[in-house]
Structure formats: C-alpha cells, structure tokens
Write a protein of this length. Structure first.
Lengths: 535, 145
C-alpha cells in the first residue's frame, strides 16, 4: 500500500508507480466501503447499503444529510420506500394510482377509490341502510339529532310515555277537533255542546226582558249567572242565558241550535223551580232565534219528594208542577177526593156509571179485568143505614184472641177465641154480649164469675185464673184481684180459700181486695191464696 | 171462657197511695200493655219491668219504694219493720215467764222467771243495737236470723 505521507522515491521508480497504483486501487475500493486507506479527508462516496451519500471525515464515513429533497422523482421500475414517505408542498400526489385490492381485502394495501366504491358504503345523505344497523344508545332525555336506537325509544317509553294499553296522563292533551267516529276521543268543547248543560242558578216562571240584573223566581241574579229562560212570549227566545248588565247573551254551551237538541240542565235555586231538572224538547233542523224552543220539566223537588209520600196511597197533581198525596173516600153522592194536606187544587173524579148499569148492584172487576156484578171485599167499610139480609145463612163476624183485639171503639163486637165467647166493647171495657161480662150458657147466676189461685210469698206468682187480668201486690198480705171483664156491679160475693186467715171483699165491679193475716192478725204473706167471685 | 195458666215474666210497678210500691202480676189473659192501662190507677205513672227486678225476699215488703230503675228498700222503714219483728219475737219469749210472775203460781220460783226475763231483755237489747247500727237490708236480715 502506498504511503502518501512518506513516499519512497529513493527506491526505484517502479515502487513509486506501485504506490500510485495502490492509491488508485484504494480510491476505487472506497465506493463499496471495503477500504478507507489512502483516502483524503472529505472524500465522498455512495453507501449503497444505507442508501445515503457519506463523507470521509478522516476516521469514519458520516452521512451527508438525513433527508434529501427531490424536485422530481421518476422510476421505471419498482420503488420501495423503507421509511416514512412525506409529501409536502402545495402539490400533492395528484395523479397517484395504485392497484385496487379485492373488495374483501383486509390488509395494509393502499385502498384505491375503486376499492372504496366497491365497498358499497351508505351515503351520508339519505342513506338506505340494510341489515341491522346499530348505533350508540342516547341517554334518557337526549334531545339532539343523535340517532335514537330501539333501546333509547324503549327507555323513553318506560320513563315517560303513555302506552296505548293504558296509563295516566300527567298533563293536558289537546285534540285536533271534534270526533268523527264513534270511538274518537272528544274535547271539552264537544262535550259542552252536547246534552248535559252546566246548571242554571234560576229558571223563569214568566216572560222577562232579557237584559240587566233582575230577580227571577225569587232569586236575585248577579252578572254572570246562568238562567234557564222558558216562558218567553216569543218562544224562539227561550234557552240558557248569561246575566249581564246590558243585553243577555246565550250561554256558550247553548248558542247554537244543535247545542240545545236533547239538552238538559238543572236549576239550583228558586221558589218554584229549586232543585229541578229540565229537558229541551226541540229536534234537529231548527234555527236558533227563529224556531220556537221549549223546555220540559222532568224532575223537581216535588217529584223527588214522591218517595216520601209513602209506599201506598194516591198521588195527585194539585197545581202546576206540584203533586201531593190524596185519598179517595166514598161519600153520600159517590167517590170524592179529599184534601189530605191542605193543598188547593183537588182533581175531579168522574164516575163512568151509565144509566145502563143495574141499580143497587155492586160492580166488581174479575180476573180478566171485566166488570160485572160481584162480591165486595174491603178491609173496612162504613154505612149509615141498617144492613139487612134475606139470606138463611149467617154473618161471620171477626174473631181472634184477646191479644188480637182491635183498637177498641164503642159498639164493636167480635168473637173472642181466648174466652170462647162473643164480646162487645161498651166504651170502657170488652164484655160479654149481654153487657155484664160473662153470658156463656154455662155461666148463670150460680156460676163463678172469676177466680184466681196464687202464691203470695217470695216472688208472687199466679198459678191459674179465670176472668182475672192480674193481681196487684200492694204490700205484705195485701192484694187486689183485677177482673178481665168487669162484673155488673160491686154487689158480688168473694170467697177465699187456701191458707186460712184471709179476707176478701168486693171493691168495685172491676176488682176485689184480698188480705191475708198471721195468727195474731197482723198482715202476713201466704203461700196459697185462693179467691173466687160469685154473683 | 178457658181458665188461664200461662203467666208472664213481666211485672208492672207503680207507687201506691201510701208511698210504697204496688206490683201487678198479669195472668196473661190480656196483653201487658192493656193490663197496665186497665189495672194501674188512673193518672199514676208506671213501669213494666222483669220479674227479676222485683225482690224475692219479702221480709221488708212494706219498705219497698220506687227507685230510679227498679224496686228499692227504704232502710229506715226496714229498721222500723225490724224493730216490730224484734218486739214480736221478744214478746213471744216473754210470754211464759210473764205468766209465772203475773199469776204468782205457788211452788214456782218467780225469781227464776225474772232472771229469764232479764236474759231476754239483754238479748233483745243487743238485737236492738244491731238493728240501729245496720246500714243494709242484708245486715238487718242477718240480725233477725
């Protein structure tokens, strides 16, 4: 190798030339980096391995620059970029092309526009998605352009939606209009326009001037009150009005003809019309303000009070819109309706008897509803004449036990099944028909008229008796015997038995006194006291 | 007419003219309301009560008075009746000894009879005190027992 620092010129010329040849050899070899001998500092070579220009700094090869700017690059074959390819400047890869991968390719190959188009992605504008697209579920209450997933919708429904299967609205809803089908929901305005109207404070009883505040049916009206007007001389003016200081106007729920068809309303106050209900009688097809309007009373306090008139009896109309209980009685001239409670205006009852009817014959209705001579069956009846009978039969008079006696009235007669005798009421007591108490055929002047056997000790008790209603325990050994049917007078005889030392004396026709004694004649209760009355 | 044997457990009570209580025992021939109307003196108010509301002990029957709800005893009248009974009982016990003393029967010791009489006096003096001290009918009944 040539020593350029100390060439050997003193040898032969051949050596010098060899030194030059060595130098050329080293220079030639520098390009592949196999030698660095005999190279001058600053020598430049291409490092094909690193792909960089390098410069000999006297001891090693250093890269001239990290990057190299190219004004243009053109290759005729394949080009490989080992690092990052950066494109800067205003001119981009305007017409770069690449091989389009297969549509299903999923590698690091460059996706060309053809590859992208072949993917059939949905467009941003009005895409038509297929399959089952999914999106993030927005939180409840989100109100943006974010896509609402089915999960979001269900959550919103569960949170604050009214299901068609039912639920409770928490706010008001507004309908688009009146219903057009049977099952349509109805708005308030439609309901108000229908039959049931808001109540009126009063109702007229005569023709009125439809303006200003005034008193109607005893009710002093105020501005804004609703009034049922039903007595106008011009019937087309009738209807429901609202009181005003000036001219009255029809109520909003009754200001069209159809509003009043089938309408009904109630009246709150008034002397005659308090608590009444009225039905508008008009039919469709009329014209409000032109066609007559009439209202019919369908209920009022009188009608409501019908139930209080009792379960039986005759109800009659005694005045306009007024009913009252009445009774029908038979008078000397026929049927008459009596005024039971002082209300004037009794109805007239007309008999349908004709001259063709048979005189002095009871006419009864048979089971078929036909009238013919028949038997009269009455709970009670009265007469002023003397009843007679040409029959050979017998009258059957009322009968019953002593306890079943009716409210006594003088002159009543009946058969007493308890005493087995006919009895009559003389105005003060029930007696045998002879009028002196006992008239049974077995009771003669020698027959006992009354008797009683009782225990006067401990709890005083009657063992048995006859014609004795009770005994009165007045004190020790002091009793009164009370007769069921009074004797004719007090001139009867009292006989006592049982324990001796007793004394029984007549008192009145209704009672006798009984006293019992001890041996020293002081009062003493007795276990057996027997008293019999004879007359 | 059929004799009546069906009795009622109801009674009618009213205040009689002497201030005591009269008790009406119906026989059942008439409803009790009708009995009350007929057998209670006119103008006198009355009550219909159960037989259970009437005392079953008649020792002091003449001391019964109308209470607020039923028959009650006038304790002062009861004591008067108790003293009457005490006197009657004492007189009955006195009787054989009184006869000895009054008749001065020969051979019979009058002194002994007088001693017996004193015993009786002492006995019924104690009864008298007990009657005066009694405050209930039951206590009076116990004293007289």
């Amino acid at each position: 190798m040539a020593n350029w620092s100390n060439p050997v010129l003193t040898s032969t010329y051949t050596n010098f030339m060899n030194e030059l040849k060595d130098r050329d050899t080293d220079l030639a070899l520098q390009f592949d980096g196999t030698t660095s001998s005999n190279l001058a500092t600053g020598t430049i070579r291409w490092d094909s391995t690193a792909g960089r220009w390098k410069k000999w700094n006297g001891s090693s090869w250093a890269e001239l620059a990290a990057t190299y700017a190219l004004t243009a690059l053109s290759t005729t074959g394949n080009a490989t970029i080992g690092g990052t390819l950066s494109v800067t400047g205003s001119t981009a890869l305007a017409a770069a092309t690449a091989t389009t991968p297969a549509t299903a390719d999923n590698s690091t190959k460059i996706a060309t526009t053809a590859f992208v188009n072949a993917q059939n992605y949905a467009p941003l504008a009005s895409p038509t998605l297929t399959g089952t697209p999914a999106a993030p579920t927005a939180s409840i209450g989100t109100n943006t352009t974010q896509i609402a997933t089915t999960a979001f919708v269900n959550a919103e429904i569960a949170n604050d939606a009214l299901l068609k299967t039912g639920g409770t609205l928490t706010g008001a809803i507004t309908l688009s209009g009146d219903p057009t089908a049977d099952l349509h929901a109805v708005p308030r305005q439609w309901v108000e326009s229908r039959a049931s109207k808001e109540s009126c404070r009063a109702a007229t009883t005569s023709n009125i001037t439809l303006s200003g505040t005034q008193t109607i049916d005893g009710v002093a009206l105020s501005i804004g009150d609703r009034v049922l007007v039903n007595n106008q001389s011009t019937a087309s003016q009738n209807g429901i009005y609202v009181v005003a200081s000036g001219a009255w106007t029809r109520a909003t729920d009754g200001n069209t003809w159809n509003d009043l068809v089938g309408a009904y309303t109630t009246v709150e106050q008034g002397t005659a019309n308090v608590d009444s209900m009225w039905l508008c009688e008009i039919v469709r097809g009329g014209t409000l303000g032109t066609t007559a309007v009439t209202w019919q009373l369908i209920s009022n306090a009188q009608v409501a009070a019908l139930g209080a008139l009792g379960t039986t009896g005759l109800i009659t109309r005694t005045a306009a819109n007024t009913v009252a209980a009445r009774s029908i009685a038979v008078s000397g001239t026929g049927l008459s309706v009596t005024n039971g409670n002082g209300v004037s205006g009794n109805p007239t009852v007309t008999s349908n008897a004709t001259s063709a009817n048979t005189a002095s014959t009871i006419v009864a209705r048979d089971a078929s509803g036909n009238f013919a001579a028949g038997t009269l069956t009455l709970a009670s009846f009265s007469y002023s004449g003397t009843p007679t009978s040409s029959s050979t039969g017998a009258f059957e008079i009322p009968s019953g036990t002593t306890a079943q006696r009716p409210t006594a009235a003088q002159g009543q007669i009946r058969y007493n099944t308890s005493t087995s005798q006919f009895e009559g009421y003389n105005g003060s007591a029930w007696n045998g028909l002879a009028g002196n108490g006992i008239v049974d055929s077995q009771l003669t002047g020698t027959t006992c008229k009354a008797w009683v056997n009782f225990n006067g000790t401990g709890t005083v008790a009657i063992r048995a008796s006859f014609n004795v209603s009770s005994i009165t325990d007045n004190g020790t050994g002091d009793y009164t015997v009370n007769f069921t049917s009074a004797l004719a007078d007090a001139n009867y005889t009292v006989v006592n038995g049982g324990d001796l030392l007793a004394n029984a004396i007549p008192s009145t026709a209704n009672q006798a006194f009984v006293y019992t004694y001890a041996s020293n004649f002081t009062s003493q209760d007795k276990g057996i006291v027997q008293v019999a009355i004879f007359r | 007419m059929t004799p009546t044997t069906t009795m009622t457990n109801q009674r009618i009570i009213f205040q009689n003219e002497s201030g005591g209580v009269s008790v009406i025992i119906p026989t059942g021939e008439l409803p009790i309301e009708e009995v009350a109307k007929k057998d209670v003196p006119a103008g006198v108010s009355y009550e219909i009560v159960s037989v259970d509301d009437i005392p079953s002990d008649r020792t002091f029957r003449n001391a019964w008075v109308m209470g607020d709800c039923c028959v009650e005893h006038d304790i002062d009248k009861c004591k008067e009746l108790a003293h009457d009974k005490r006197r009657a009982m004492r007189a009955e016990e006195f009787a054989p000894h009184d006869e000895v003393i009054m008749k001065q029967i020969p051979g019979v010791d009058a002194t002994e009879a007088e001693a017996k009489r004193q015993e009786i006096r002492d006995k019924y003096a104690a009864v008298q005190d007990a009657i005066d001290a009694a405050s209930t009918v039951d206590e009076l009944l116990e004293v007289l027992d």
